[in-house]
Design a binder for this molecule. Structure first.
Ligand SMILES: C[S@@+](CC[C@H](N)C(=O)[O-])C[C@H]1O[C@@H](n2cnc3c(N)ncnc32)[C@H](O)[C@@H]1O
Length: 253
């Protein structure tokens, strides 16, 4: 079972990236996770299935956060904390003194607190706050508290209503020049949310050169994408300005 887990993780990381990753060089907890394909609970027992985003996406997330130096980042969906650790490592390495708020109602119950544990093991807890509430309660609370966000990463419940609601609230808090990233962009609900954002607000997509894990050759990926319209799992968008449409605006999306 363990061997299957490691193999699956190796395939999803693209194998070669393990040795090349700057993120893994900077974070021992993530290195162990991606090497073993497992996480440890509070008792130290190995749990199969680390889950979460794969290494090439975690690496891109880390690099982007490190380059953009956000003061406040918010993520929806923490699970075992892979995206959380990628963001927190980027915040630490950028020297910005930035903070991350993770929203996940199931961290304690379903995930046995492993995400939070990983953050502590990596010594990054001072930069982190967990809000253990569902997105539809946590995000309005943050908005009411006049929270201003520089960076957001959406990887929670992937139905259209939640994906759109996540982005909608985060957009209200996102500063112009801020960035929102979406995981699981191959889901139709997430793609529809992105179409809405591009037609009803002022955003531009960032070309980060992320390729799916099994397609390490960028030229091959570009050709396949042109022919098939296939999309990568993670996509990022920069908010250009605070423009919002008039009350009766509608654009097909
Ligand atoms: C795919 S996992 C996130 C993986 C994580 N980003 C990582 O890289 O390890 C999706 C997460 O969304 C959380 N979730 C489910 N419903 C939610 C809700 N209503 N609000 C916020 N998070 C939710 C789940 O508990 C789960 O941890």
């Amino acid at each position: 079972m363990r061997a299957v887990s490691v193999l699956r993780q190796r395939l999803s990381t693209g194998g070669r990236l393990l040795g090349q990753s700057q993120l893994l060089a900077r974070n021992d907890v993530l290195r162990e996770l991606f090497t073993s394909g497992c996480v440890r609970d509070a008792s130290g027992a190995l749990l199969d299935e680390a889950g979460g985003i794969s290494l090439s996406y975690a690496e891109a997330l880390y690099q982007l956060v490190r380059a953009r130096k956000p003061q406040l980042a918010v993520e929806v969906g923490m699970a075992n904390g892979i995206s959380t650790l990628a963001i927190l490592t980027g915040l630490r390495d950028s020297g910005s003194g930035g903070h991350l708020i993770s929203i996940d109602p199931h961290q304690g119950r379903s995930w046995r607190g492993v995400g939070v544990l990983q953050v502590c093991r990596a010594g990054l807890e001072d930069h982190h706050t967990l809000v253990e509430e569902p997105d539809y309660l946590a995000l309005p609370d943050l908005l009411r508290a006049n929270t201003r966000v520089d960076f957001a990463y959406i990887d929670g419940w992937h139905t259209f209503d939640h994906a759109l609601l996540n982005w909608w609230y985060l957009d209200k808090m996102l500063k112009p020049g801020g960035i929102v990233g979406f995981n699981d962009c191959r889901y139709r609900a997430v793609r529809r949310t992105i179409s809405f954002l591009l037609t009803h607000r002022s955003y531009r997509e960032l070309e980060l050169g992320i390729t799916p894990n099994i397609l390490r050759a960028p030229w091959l990926w570009r050709s396949i994408r042109r022919v098939s319209g296939w999309t990568v799992t993670d996509r990022y968008f920069e908010k250009l300005d605070a423009w919002e449409p008039d009350w009766d605006f509608y654009a097909p999306f």
